[in-house]
Write a protein that binds this ligand. Sequence first.
Ligand SMILES: CC(=O)N[C@@H]([C@@H](O)[C@H](O)[C@H](O)CO)[C@@H](O)CC(=O)C(=O)O
Length: 275
Amino acid sequence: MASPKKKLQGLVAATITPMTEHGEINFSVIGQYVDYLVEEQGVKNIFVNGTTGEGLSLSVSERRQVAEEWVAKGRNKLDQVVIHVGALSLKDSQELARHAAEIGADGIAVIAPFFLKPRNKDILINFLKEVATAAPALPFYYYHIPALTGVKIRAEELLDGIQDKIPTFQGLKFSDTDLLDFGQCVDQNRQQQFAFLFGVDEQLLSALVMGATGAVGSTYNYMGKKTNQMLEAFERKDFSSALNHQFCIQRFINFVLKLDLDNCFCWTPDYVLHL
Ligand SMILES: CC(=O)N[C@@H]([C@@H](O)[C@H](O)[C@H](O)CO)[C@@H](O)CC(=O)C(=O)O
């Protein structure tokens, strides 16, 4: 079984993929980006090529290069670099999983295929297993984001017996607001050492109460420091302060939502600069 250096916990920034004005990846800023996360935001884990990183809009070649650059620039600075390798093509996904292992990533994550969707848990597990098998030494995370994939198979159902099928399964990245499903994932797997990573930044405090062990999100790129204050308050059982931090984060996110930005889905620091 894959054994990570240590369990993935705390904040994980879902990184933006920096682009030039000509639509090419701007590799030159990734080193500075790592330093910014670590030094200014106190965030030492990253999730690359996910939703925020627009991994599914990049070519396989671009995804490989982006992953390589983050791993290289994060070496000896970041704790863990998880690469999202989900794709509609199983072969692409397997190639990206193998590549993540070769370059020394700390884990891989996969979303459900979202065009010809798996009709049930077994079909989805089989797909995930085929990808996980391509990187047998890497911790594997399932990335549950039903609002975007349209795959509504409950995470709780998926996790039932998952390590029998996917021995490298290490945790769940849960990007959904269904706290019943999330809570039951935690409750029914207390004997396991899974990472339960919540992905709705504006509701993280509720998920901490349910047993989240960490969080993956876009806003930790620039509100990592603030969110870390909330995690610290929660840890010392100062729930009033934790709630104040969460409300502050919510006010920001609510403000951005009200901007009604046409076709803008990513939560980039540009928004912050406009505040
Ligand atoms: C749909 C979406 O982009 N969700 C974000 C959240 O961090 C989200 O931006 C935040 O909660 C604000 O709504 C993350 O769950 C996505 C994520 O972790 C990723 O980029 O892979």
